[in-house]
Write a protein that binds this ligand. Structure first.
Ligand code: PLP
Length: 453
């Protein structure tokens, strides 16, 4: 059965005619002719459906307006800045560590210009990408060798692939962690070609368990910091120094996946002590791998420090090229490391400013927001996040906003022109000053005014 098309369909203008209107000219300038043509086609299809359903035919102007709405949402960037008011300092979903002013500037400079990325000015010859962060890392950690790749997952994979392919890697059953995003230690071992040998039990692994598990096929003992969960109760792990001594006695490599890789002591700020890179080296680890964008406070990167001969092996492995860090991250990382060399990490690196912010100062900031938008200042807790220091928190003061529905208020905050990400606790929307960058504070207040009306 063929239907007779409704009258209105004939009144729809042709795309080419719409494209010649002054209104279209402006849209072509902003979005390009092809995109506008596609958007108009979609708008015309939608209009045809509506006409069949009995709606009168839209005019040219409203068809173009509909196309513009489509284009605006299609062209809206998906990677947008937000205000992190959650109180989670290393929020992985929000991009982990915001960078220091110096690291930001270094990235902009490296992005805008040619650089000595792999060039030595003095002989005027090819240089090495490795030269930049490496010397700083050696200086700061005291390690003999250093290597930087694109993230810690890559660093661990590279260690296993370069030093233990087709050989046994011993790891405690209590450390077969999943980091998140599907990074699971057994899978990483498998991908790297190493043969995983599980040692001990979930809760208890002793030095003797390792000693017994070593065979002529063993190449490496891997310690993995259980960075994102906590084992309490009847638990045991061998002391790191004893484990590395055992490895060396039996001619194995002792490697440590530290995860966060703190260079400063978190215990100074009322948190648990997060194991530091320096401690792992002192305990005799041949290689220590950690992230650039966790407690180091830099851009995404994976760092390996340790024995120079082993680092050389890693550099020569084909995966090193696949895993190499890009020049922008390298510039940001080098500038971040420079803060540690100068002993100014606490005062210059945003995540350390956040970790060390006194509750009193946070209270003052929350009170200042309250005086502008209302609400209540309440005591609360911030966390470090980023898979570090699980269960640990820092006392803070937050601005609490009451509403009929905390869910819908927090959703409205997310929809603000500068999205505000909040935390909900006990049916209240909480805004924690600890993670709100100072240069976003006035915008935050503006957004709160807008949303609260
Ligand atoms: C976070 C983490 C990783 C992964 O580091 P990325 O830099 O995110 O790739 C690996 N191991 C441990 C123990 C971690 O905590």
């Amino acid at each position: 059965m063929s239907e007779i098309p409704p009258q209105g369909l004939r009144w729809l203008p042709a795309i080419d005619k719409l494209l010649r209107t002054p209104q279209a000219e402006e849209l072509i300038r902003v979005y390009g002719r092809e995109s506008l043509r596609d958007a108009l086609r979609e708008s015309l299809d939608a209009a045809r459906d509506q006409i069949r359903a009995g709606t009168p035919a839209p005019d040219a102007s409203s068809l173009l307006a509909a196309a513009e709405t489509r284009l605006r949402s299609q062209f809206a960037p998906t990677l947008r800045p937000v205000i992190n008011a959650t109180g989670v300092i290393l929020h992985t979903n929000l991009g982990r560590a915001p960078l220091s002013a110096q690291a930001q500037a270094a990235i902009v400079t490296a992005a805008a210009h040619y650089s000595t990325l792999e060039y030595q000015l003095e002989p005027g010859k090819r240089g090495k990408r490795d030269q930049h962060a490496e010397s700083l890392l050696k200086l700061i950690t005291g390690a003999a060798g250093a290597l930087v790749v694109n993230n810690n997952a890559a660093a661990v994979t590279l260690i296993l692939a370069a030093l233990a392919k087709d050989q046994q890697v011993l790891i405690s059953r209590g450390q077969l962690v999943e980091i998140g995003g599907g990074f699971r230690m057994p899978d990483v071992m498998h991908q790297s070609g190493a043969i995983m040998v599980e040692v001990g039990t979930t809760n208890k692994t002793r030095l003797e368990d390792f000693a017994r598990a070593i065979t002529p096929q063993s190449a490496l003992i891997l310690r993995v910091h259980t960075s994102n969960f906590k084992q309490i109760g009847f638990t045991e792990q061998p002391e790191l120094a004893k484990l590395t001594a055992l490895a060396h006695e039996r001619a194995l490599v002792a490697a440590d996946d530290l995860g966060s890789g703190a260079l400063l002591d978190t215990a100074a700020f009322g948190l648990d002590h997060e194991p530091t890179v320096q401690e792992s080296l002192q305990a005799g680890c041949d290689l220590v791998a950690f992230s650039g964008d966790k407690l180091l406070g830099g851009p995404q990167a994976g760092i390996v420090v340790g024995r120079a001969d082993l680092i050389e092996k890693l550099k020569r492995h084909p995966l090193a090229r696949a895993f190499r860090i890009d020049k922008l991250s390298l510039a940001g990382l080098t500038a971040t490391l420079d803060h540690y060399r100068r002993g100014e990490a606490l005062s210059h690196i945003p995540i350390w400013q956040m970790i060390s912010a006194p509750a009193k100062v946070l209270q003052q900031r929350a009170v200042a927001w309250q005086s502008q938008v209302g609400g209540q200042v309440v005591q609360s807790f911030s966390t470090v996040g980023g898979g570090s220091l699980p269960g640990e928190s820092l006392p803070t003061y937050a601005l609490s906003l009451r509403s009929d529905s905390a869910e819908s208020l927090s959703a409205a905050l997310r929809r603000a022109p500068m999205p505000v990400i909040s935390r909900i606790a006990e049916d209240q929307v909480l805004l924690d000053p600890r993670t709100v960058l100072l240069d976003q504070e006035s915008t935050l207040v503006e957004m709160l005014r807008l949303v609260l009306g």
